[in-house]
Design a protein around this ligand. Sequence first.
Ligand SMILES: *Cc1c(COP(=O)(O)O)cnc(C)c1O
Length: 361
Amino acid sequence: MPKRVFNFSAGPAVMPLPVLEEAQRDLVALPGVGSSVMELSHRGKPYMAIHADAKARLVSLLNIPDTHDVLFLQGGSRLQFSMIPINLLKDTGKTADYIVTGSWGKKALEESVKEGTTNVAWDGKASNYNNLPKPSELKLTSDAAYVHITSNETIQGVQFPTEPDVGNVPLVADLSSDFLSRPIDVSKYGIIYACAQKNAGPAGVTVVIIRKDLMAHASSELPGYLVYRNHAEADSMWNTPPTFGIYLLGLVCKWLQEDIGGLEKIQAQNEAKAKLLYDVIDESNGFYIGHAVPEVRSKMNVTFKLGDDEKDKAFLAQANEADLTQLGGHRSVGGVRASIYNAMPVEGVEKLRDFMLKFMK
Ligand SMILES: *Cc1c(COP(=O)(O)O)cnc(C)c1O
Protein backbone atom coordinates (compact mmCIF):
# COMPACT_ATOMS: atom_id res chain seq x y z
CA MET A 1 0.00 0.00 0.00
CA PRO A 2 1.32 3.53 -0.75
CA LYS A 3 2.31 5.52 2.32
CA ARG A 4 -0.47 7.45 4.09
CA VAL A 5 0.29 10.97 5.32
CA PHE A 6 -1.36 12.77 8.23
CA ASN A 7 -4.07 14.67 6.38
CA PHE A 8 -5.44 17.73 8.18
CA SER A 9 -7.91 18.66 5.44
CA ALA A 10 -11.07 20.46 6.56
CA GLY A 11 -13.14 18.33 4.21
CA PRO A 12 -13.41 15.99 2.50
CA ALA A 13 -11.31 14.80 5.38
CA VAL A 14 -9.46 11.85 6.85
CA MET A 15 -11.46 8.64 7.26
CA PRO A 16 -10.82 5.95 9.89
CA LEU A 17 -8.29 3.48 8.46
CA PRO A 18 -10.31 0.39 9.57
CA VAL A 19 -13.26 1.78 7.57
CA LEU A 20 -11.17 2.19 4.42
CA GLU A 21 -9.72 -1.28 4.88
CA GLU A 22 -13.12 -2.94 5.32
CA ALA A 23 -14.49 -1.08 2.29
CA GLN A 24 -11.43 -2.14 0.28
CA ARG A 25 -11.75 -5.76 1.34
CA ASP A 26 -15.41 -5.87 0.31
CA LEU A 27 -15.25 -3.47 -2.62
CA VAL A 28 -15.47 -5.95 -5.46
CA ALA A 29 -17.86 -8.40 -3.83
CA LEU A 30 -19.70 -8.00 -0.55
CA PRO A 31 -19.46 -11.35 1.27
CA GLY A 32 -22.59 -13.42 0.77
CA VAL A 33 -23.84 -11.06 -1.94
CA GLY A 34 -21.25 -11.31 -4.69
CA SER A 35 -21.57 -7.75 -5.96
CA SER A 36 -20.06 -4.45 -4.93
CA VAL A 37 -22.28 -2.30 -2.71
CA MET A 38 -22.11 0.20 -5.61
CA GLU A 39 -23.77 -2.34 -7.89
CA LEU A 40 -26.76 -3.17 -5.69
CA SER A 41 -30.30 -2.02 -6.34
CA HIS A 42 -31.42 0.27 -3.55
CA ARG A 43 -34.70 -1.69 -3.48
CA GLY A 44 -33.03 -5.07 -3.01
CA LYS A 45 -32.63 -6.86 0.31
CA PRO A 46 -28.81 -6.59 0.67
CA TYR A 47 -28.76 -2.81 0.24
CA MET A 48 -31.90 -2.31 2.33
CA ALA A 49 -30.10 -4.08 5.19
CA ILE A 50 -27.10 -1.74 4.85
CA HIS A 51 -29.41 1.28 4.80
CA ALA A 52 -31.31 0.13 7.89
CA ASP A 53 -28.08 -0.73 9.69
CA ALA A 54 -26.54 2.71 9.10
CA LYS A 55 -29.71 4.36 10.37
CA ALA A 56 -29.97 2.09 13.42
CA ARG A 57 -26.34 2.80 14.33
CA LEU A 58 -26.93 6.57 14.15
CA VAL A 59 -30.05 6.24 16.30
CA SER A 60 -28.10 4.25 18.85
CA LEU A 61 -24.97 6.45 18.90
CA LEU A 62 -26.93 9.68 19.29
CA ASN A 63 -29.85 8.26 21.29
CA ILE A 64 -32.25 9.73 18.73
CA PRO A 65 -35.77 9.75 20.22
CA ASP A 66 -38.93 8.55 18.41
CA THR A 67 -40.00 12.16 17.96
CA HIS A 68 -37.30 12.57 15.27
CA ASP A 69 -36.69 11.03 11.85
CA VAL A 70 -33.28 10.35 10.29
CA LEU A 71 -32.95 11.20 6.58
CA PHE A 72 -30.10 10.51 4.16
CA LEU A 73 -30.11 13.22 1.51
CA GLN A 74 -27.88 14.64 -1.22
CA GLY A 75 -26.97 18.21 -2.08
CA GLY A 76 -24.67 18.75 0.89
CA SER A 77 -25.25 21.17 3.72
CA ARG A 78 -25.66 23.93 1.18
CA LEU A 79 -28.94 22.43 -0.02
CA GLN A 80 -30.05 22.32 3.63
CA PHE A 81 -29.42 26.09 3.80
CA SER A 82 -32.38 26.30 1.37
CA MET A 83 -34.49 23.28 2.36
CA ILE A 84 -34.77 24.45 5.95
CA PRO A 85 -36.40 27.82 5.17
CA ILE A 86 -38.40 26.29 2.31
CA ASN A 87 -39.94 23.73 4.68
CA LEU A 88 -40.11 25.71 7.93
CA LEU A 89 -40.36 29.38 6.98
CA LYS A 90 -41.83 29.92 3.52
CA ASP A 91 -45.48 31.08 3.66
CA THR A 92 -45.71 30.86 7.46
CA GLY A 93 -45.76 34.63 8.04
CA LYS A 94 -43.13 34.00 10.70
CA THR A 95 -39.53 35.13 11.07
CA ALA A 96 -36.46 32.89 11.24
CA ASP A 97 -33.64 33.91 13.57
CA TYR A 98 -30.00 33.39 12.54
CA ILE A 99 -27.09 33.47 14.94
CA VAL A 100 -24.14 34.13 12.65
CA THR A 101 -20.84 32.99 14.13
CA GLY A 102 -18.81 32.52 10.95
CA SER A 103 -18.71 31.99 7.19
CA TRP A 104 -21.10 29.03 7.08
CA GLY A 105 -23.76 30.70 9.20
CA LYS A 106 -23.55 33.70 6.91
CA LYS A 107 -24.08 31.53 3.84
CA ALA A 108 -27.05 29.81 5.51
CA LEU A 109 -28.57 33.23 6.18
CA GLU A 110 -28.02 34.31 2.56
CA GLU A 111 -30.14 31.40 1.32
CA SER A 112 -32.89 31.85 3.91
CA VAL A 113 -33.59 35.47 2.97
CA LYS A 114 -34.70 34.18 -0.44
CA GLU A 115 -37.48 32.15 1.19
CA GLY A 116 -38.93 34.40 3.90
CA THR A 117 -38.41 36.95 6.64
CA THR A 118 -35.22 36.59 8.62
CA ASN A 119 -33.70 38.30 11.61
CA VAL A 120 -30.00 38.33 12.46
CA ALA A 121 -30.13 37.56 16.18
CA TRP A 122 -26.37 38.05 16.50
CA ASP A 123 -23.44 38.51 14.11
CA GLY A 124 -19.81 38.11 15.10
CA LYS A 125 -18.39 39.92 12.08
CA ALA A 126 -17.12 42.93 14.07
CA SER A 127 -14.52 40.73 15.79
CA ASN A 128 -13.85 38.68 12.63
CA TYR A 129 -15.89 35.73 13.94
CA ASN A 130 -13.59 34.80 16.78
CA ASN A 131 -16.28 34.59 19.46
CA LEU A 132 -19.82 33.48 20.32
CA PRO A 133 -22.72 35.54 21.67
CA LYS A 134 -23.40 35.86 25.37
CA PRO A 135 -27.03 34.90 26.09
CA SER A 136 -27.84 38.55 26.89
CA GLU A 137 -26.63 39.67 23.43
CA LEU A 138 -29.10 37.53 21.47
CA LYS A 139 -31.90 39.47 19.80
CA LEU A 140 -34.34 36.61 19.40
CA THR A 141 -37.82 36.96 17.89
CA SER A 142 -40.62 35.61 20.04
CA ASP A 143 -42.52 32.87 18.19
CA ALA A 144 -39.85 32.60 15.48
CA ALA A 145 -40.16 29.78 12.94
CA TYR A 146 -36.78 28.54 14.16
CA VAL A 147 -33.38 29.70 15.40
CA HIS A 148 -30.42 28.64 13.26
CA ILE A 149 -26.92 28.10 14.61
CA THR A 150 -23.69 26.65 13.23
CA SER A 151 -22.49 24.37 15.96
CA ASN A 152 -18.88 24.46 14.75
CA GLU A 153 -17.65 27.10 12.31
CA THR A 154 -15.20 25.09 10.25
CA ILE A 155 -13.40 28.09 8.74
CA GLN A 156 -12.95 30.29 11.83
CA GLY A 157 -12.69 27.45 14.37
CA VAL A 158 -15.32 28.55 16.88
CA GLN A 159 -17.62 25.96 18.44
CA PHE A 160 -20.63 26.19 20.73
CA PRO A 161 -19.68 24.36 23.96
CA THR A 162 -23.41 23.65 24.45
CA GLU A 163 -26.50 24.73 22.59
CA PRO A 164 -27.88 28.24 23.33
CA ASP A 165 -31.20 28.51 25.16
CA VAL A 166 -33.83 29.48 22.60
CA GLY A 167 -36.93 28.67 24.66
CA ASN A 168 -39.70 26.81 22.84
CA VAL A 169 -38.61 27.86 19.35
CA PRO A 170 -37.17 24.96 17.29
CA LEU A 171 -33.39 25.02 17.29
CA VAL A 172 -31.93 24.23 13.86
CA ALA A 173 -28.23 23.41 13.83
CA ASP A 174 -25.59 22.90 11.18
CA LEU A 175 -23.41 20.20 12.71
CA SER A 176 -21.48 19.52 9.49
CA SER A 177 -18.06 19.70 11.09
CA ASP A 178 -18.70 18.35 14.58
CA PHE A 179 -21.33 15.69 13.96
CA LEU A 180 -20.61 12.54 15.99
CA SER A 181 -17.67 14.26 17.72
CA ARG A 182 -19.46 14.37 21.11
CA PRO A 183 -22.77 13.32 22.64
CA ILE A 184 -25.68 15.70 22.12
CA ASP A 185 -29.24 15.83 23.41
CA VAL A 186 -31.18 15.46 20.16
CA SER A 187 -34.50 16.24 21.90
CA LYS A 188 -33.34 19.86 22.23
CA TYR A 189 -33.21 20.28 18.44
CA GLY A 190 -35.81 20.77 15.74
CA ILE A 191 -33.31 19.90 13.00
CA ILE A 192 -29.71 18.74 13.02
CA TYR A 193 -27.97 18.46 9.67
CA ALA A 194 -24.51 17.45 8.60
CA CYS A 195 -22.84 16.70 5.30
CA ALA A 196 -20.77 13.58 5.86
CA GLN A 197 -17.41 14.58 4.44
CA LYS A 198 -16.01 16.27 7.56
CA ASN A 199 -16.54 13.75 10.30
CA ALA A 200 -18.93 11.01 9.23
CA GLY A 201 -18.04 9.63 5.81
CA PRO A 202 -17.43 10.66 2.22
CA ALA A 203 -18.93 13.58 0.32
CA GLY A 204 -22.29 12.77 -1.25
CA VAL A 205 -24.52 11.99 1.71
CA THR A 206 -26.02 14.49 4.12
CA VAL A 207 -27.70 13.43 7.35
CA VAL A 208 -30.81 15.30 8.49
CA ILE A 209 -32.33 14.55 11.88
CA ILE A 210 -35.68 16.27 12.02
CA ARG A 211 -38.52 16.52 14.54
CA LYS A 212 -41.47 14.86 12.83
CA ASP A 213 -44.00 17.65 13.47
CA LEU A 214 -41.80 20.14 11.59
CA MET A 215 -42.38 18.30 8.31
CA ALA A 216 -46.14 18.95 8.16
CA HIS A 217 -46.14 22.53 6.89
CA ALA A 218 -44.34 22.34 3.51
CA SER A 219 -46.57 22.65 0.46
CA SER A 220 -46.85 19.62 -1.84
CA GLU A 221 -46.56 22.09 -4.73
CA LEU A 222 -42.85 22.48 -4.03
CA PRO A 223 -40.32 20.49 -6.07
CA GLY A 224 -40.62 17.00 -4.60
CA TYR A 225 -36.98 16.56 -3.63
CA LEU A 226 -37.14 19.68 -1.45
CA VAL A 227 -39.96 18.41 0.78
CA TYR A 228 -38.64 16.60 3.88
CA ARG A 229 -41.94 14.73 4.22
CA ASN A 230 -41.35 12.88 0.94
CA HIS A 231 -38.00 11.57 2.13
CA ALA A 232 -39.34 10.60 5.55
CA GLU A 233 -42.34 8.75 4.10
CA ALA A 234 -40.05 6.83 1.74
CA ASP A 235 -37.36 6.09 4.36
CA SER A 236 -34.85 8.14 2.32
CA MET A 237 -35.65 6.18 -0.85
CA TRP A 238 -37.84 8.78 -2.52
CA ASN A 239 -35.20 8.69 -5.20
CA THR A 240 -32.01 6.65 -5.41
CA PRO A 241 -30.07 7.45 -2.26
CA PRO A 242 -26.26 7.81 -2.30
CA THR A 243 -25.88 4.13 -1.50
CA PHE A 244 -22.10 3.84 -1.30
CA GLY A 245 -21.84 6.94 0.91
CA ILE A 246 -24.50 5.59 3.25
CA TYR A 247 -22.63 2.28 3.41
CA LEU A 248 -19.41 4.11 4.40
CA LEU A 249 -21.29 6.26 6.92
CA GLY A 250 -22.58 3.02 8.45
CA LEU A 251 -19.01 1.70 8.68
CA VAL A 252 -17.90 4.94 10.39
CA CYS A 253 -20.71 4.51 12.93
CA LYS A 254 -19.67 0.89 13.48
CA TRP A 255 -16.08 2.05 14.06
CA LEU A 256 -17.31 4.60 16.60
CA GLN A 257 -19.36 1.97 18.41
CA GLU A 258 -17.05 -1.02 18.32
CA ASP A 259 -13.49 0.33 18.07
CA ILE A 260 -13.87 3.63 19.93
CA GLY A 261 -16.66 2.74 22.36
CA GLY A 262 -19.18 5.52 21.74
CA LEU A 263 -19.42 9.28 21.67
CA GLU A 264 -18.25 9.98 25.26
CA LYS A 265 -15.05 8.16 24.37
CA ILE A 266 -14.49 10.01 21.10
CA GLN A 267 -15.23 13.31 22.86
CA ALA A 268 -12.49 12.62 25.41
CA GLN A 269 -10.07 11.78 22.60
CA ASN A 270 -11.03 14.91 20.68
CA GLU A 271 -10.54 17.14 23.72
CA ALA A 272 -7.15 15.62 24.45
CA LYS A 273 -6.05 16.04 20.83
CA ALA A 274 -7.16 19.69 20.69
CA LYS A 275 -5.39 20.44 23.98
CA LEU A 276 -2.07 19.24 22.54
CA LEU A 277 -2.20 21.99 19.90
CA TYR A 278 -3.81 24.77 21.94
CA ASP A 279 -1.20 24.29 24.67
CA VAL A 280 1.56 24.93 22.13
CA ILE A 281 -0.24 28.07 20.92
CA ASP A 282 -0.85 29.33 24.48
CA GLU A 283 2.72 28.71 25.57
CA SER A 284 4.37 30.16 22.47
CA ASN A 285 4.56 33.77 23.72
CA GLY A 286 2.70 34.98 20.67
CA PHE A 287 4.73 33.06 18.09
CA TYR A 288 1.51 31.24 17.23
CA ILE A 289 -1.57 33.45 17.31
CA GLY A 290 -4.86 31.59 17.78
CA HIS A 291 -7.88 32.96 15.93
CA ALA A 292 -10.74 32.05 18.31
CA VAL A 293 -10.96 33.27 21.90
CA PRO A 294 -10.03 30.40 24.23
CA GLU A 295 -13.50 29.75 25.73
CA VAL A 296 -15.07 28.97 22.34
CA ARG A 297 -12.21 27.33 20.49
CA SER A 298 -13.14 24.44 18.26
CA LYS A 299 -12.11 20.89 19.15
CA MET A 300 -12.26 20.08 15.43
CA ASN A 301 -10.59 22.95 13.54
CA VAL A 302 -7.60 24.61 15.20
CA THR A 303 -7.00 27.95 13.49
CA PHE A 304 -3.90 30.10 13.99
CA LYS A 305 -1.39 32.38 12.29
CA LEU A 306 2.29 33.09 12.66
CA GLY A 307 2.11 36.84 12.33
CA ASP A 308 3.28 37.29 8.76
CA ASP A 309 2.50 35.63 5.46
CA GLU A 310 6.07 34.52 4.79
CA LYS A 311 6.25 32.66 8.08
CA ASP A 312 2.85 31.06 7.41
CA LYS A 313 4.10 29.91 4.01
CA ALA A 314 7.34 28.48 5.39
CA PHE A 315 5.40 26.67 8.12
CA LEU A 316 3.01 25.09 5.61
CA ALA A 317 5.77 24.09 3.19
CA GLN A 318 7.94 22.47 5.86
CA ALA A 319 4.93 20.76 7.45
CA ASN A 320 4.01 19.32 4.07
CA GLU A 321 7.52 17.94 3.69
CA ALA A 322 7.10 16.23 7.06
CA ASP A 323 3.93 14.51 5.74
CA LEU A 324 1.63 16.85 7.69
CA THR A 325 -0.61 17.88 4.81
CA GLN A 326 -3.51 20.17 3.88
CA LEU A 327 -2.87 22.54 6.78
CA GLY A 328 -3.52 25.78 4.90
CA GLY A 329 -6.19 28.03 6.39
CA HIS A 330 -9.31 28.75 4.34
CA ARG A 331 -8.62 31.40 1.71
CA SER A 332 -10.90 33.86 3.56
CA VAL A 333 -8.93 33.61 6.82
CA GLY A 334 -5.41 32.56 5.81
CA GLY A 335 -2.81 31.19 8.18
CA VAL A 336 -2.99 27.60 9.37
CA ARG A 337 -5.95 25.35 10.06
CA ALA A 338 -5.45 21.92 11.57
CA SER A 339 -8.64 19.92 11.19
CA ILE A 340 -8.42 17.14 13.73
CA TYR A 341 -11.68 15.26 13.24
CA ASN A 342 -12.57 11.94 14.87
CA ALA A 343 -10.50 9.92 12.41
CA MET A 344 -7.25 11.90 12.88
CA PRO A 345 -5.13 9.62 15.05
CA VAL A 346 -3.55 11.10 18.17
CA GLU A 347 -0.16 10.20 16.64
CA GLY A 348 -0.85 12.68 13.84
CA VAL A 349 -1.63 15.46 16.31
CA GLU A 350 1.45 14.63 18.38
CA LYS A 351 3.56 14.78 15.25
CA LEU A 352 2.09 18.19 14.40
CA ARG A 353 2.67 19.41 17.96
CA ASP A 354 6.31 18.31 17.78
CA PHE A 355 6.65 20.00 14.41
CA MET A 356 5.20 23.25 15.81
CA LEU A 357 7.69 23.20 18.71
CA LYS A 358 10.60 22.50 16.37
CA PHE A 359 9.54 25.18 13.87
CA MET A 360 9.29 27.72 16.68
CA LYS A 361 12.83 26.92 17.84
C1 LIG B 1 -18.49 22.04 4.82
C2 LIG B 1 -19.56 22.77 5.51
C3 LIG B 1 -20.73 23.14 4.83
C4 LIG B 1 -20.94 22.91 3.34
O1 LIG B 1 -21.13 21.58 3.05
P1 LIG B 1 -21.37 21.11 1.53
O2 LIG B 1 -21.53 19.64 1.67
O3 LIG B 1 -20.18 21.53 0.74
O4 LIG B 1 -22.62 21.77 1.06
C5 LIG B 1 -21.72 23.78 5.56
N1 LIG B 1 -21.58 24.04 6.87
C6 LIG B 1 -20.46 23.71 7.54
C7 LIG B 1 -20.36 24.04 8.99
C8 LIG B 1 -19.42 23.06 6.89
O5 LIG B 1 -18.31 22.73 7.55
